[in-house]
Design a protein around this ligand. Structure first.
Ligand code: SF4
Ligand code: SF4
Length: 168
C-alpha cells in the first residue's frame, strides 16, 4: 500500500493537467520519451515504489537521491508516478511554506516549463500547492521535498554562475 499522503497527492493530480488540452500533442510527449542511448526515469516519492513492484513495463534503481523509476514511455493514467503528475512543476519547501515553482530540470525538454507556471492552468498550479501541503505533513515526504528543494536551489545557483561566466 502507498503511504496515505502519497495516495492523496496522486488522487488530487489524477485528472487535473497543466493545460485544458493535451500538451503532449504539441511536443510528441517529450517528457515520456528517452533520448537515444538514455532511459527515461523519474524519482519516486518515499514509499511510492510499492505501486511498481512486480508491475510490468517498469524498472527501479536505487540512487543517492531516491528510487529511480524507468518506464517504457507509455503508461495507464492511474499508474503515473507523482513526479510525472507534478511535471513540469514542483512544490518547494520554503521557510514561509510551500511554493510552487517550475522544475528547472524540465526546461530542456518541456515547452511549458520554458514559459513558466503563469502559462499553466491555475487549477493545476493550485493542485500542486495542495499536494505540497499534504506531503509536508508527512515526515518522510517532507524530507524528500526538502531534498528536491535543495537540488533546485543548486541548479539555480549553477545557472546564475553559468550566465555570469558567459558575460565575462
Ligand atoms: S514535455 Fe511538457 S509540454 Fe510536452 S507532454 Fe510533457 S509536460 Fe506536456
Ligand atoms: S511513467 Fe508514464 S507519464 Fe511518466 S514518463 Fe513514463 S510514460 Fe510518461
Amino acid at each position: 500500500m502507498l503511504p496515505e499522503s502519497v495516495t492523496k497527492a496522486r488522487e488530487i493530480l489524477q485528472d487535473v493537467t497543466p493545460l485544458r488540452t493535451d500538451c503532449g500533442l504539441t511536443c510528441g510527449g517529450a517528457c515520456c520519451q528517452s533520448l537515444p542511448g538514455e532511459t527515461t526515469g523519474m524519482l519516486l516519492f518515499p514509499g511510492e515504489e510499492r505501486w511498481y513492484e512486480g508491475r510490468s513495463g517498469y524498472a527501479m534503481t536505487p540512487t543517492d537521491h531516491g528510487m529511480l523509476l524507468t518506464c517504457s514511455g507509455h503508461c495507464d493514467r492511474a499508474d503515473r508516478p507523482l513526479s510525472c503528475r507534478l511535471f513540469p512543476l514542483l512544490p518547494l519547501l520554503r521557510e514561509d511554506g510551500i511554493k510552487v515553482a517550475t522544475d528547472l530540470r524540465a526546461r530542456t525538454v518541456c515547452l511549458l516549463a520554458k514559459q513558466g507556471k503563469d502559462a499553466l492552468l491555475p487549477e493545476f498550479v493550485a493542485a500542486v500547492r495542495e499536494v505540497g501541503r499534504i506531503l509536508a505533513e508527512d515526515d518522510d515526504q517532507r524530507a524528500f521535498l526538502a531534498q528536491l528543494t535543495r537540488t533546485q536551489d543548486e541548479l539555480k545557483a549553477l545557472r546564475r554562475q553559468f550566465r555570469r561566466d558567459a558575460h565575462v
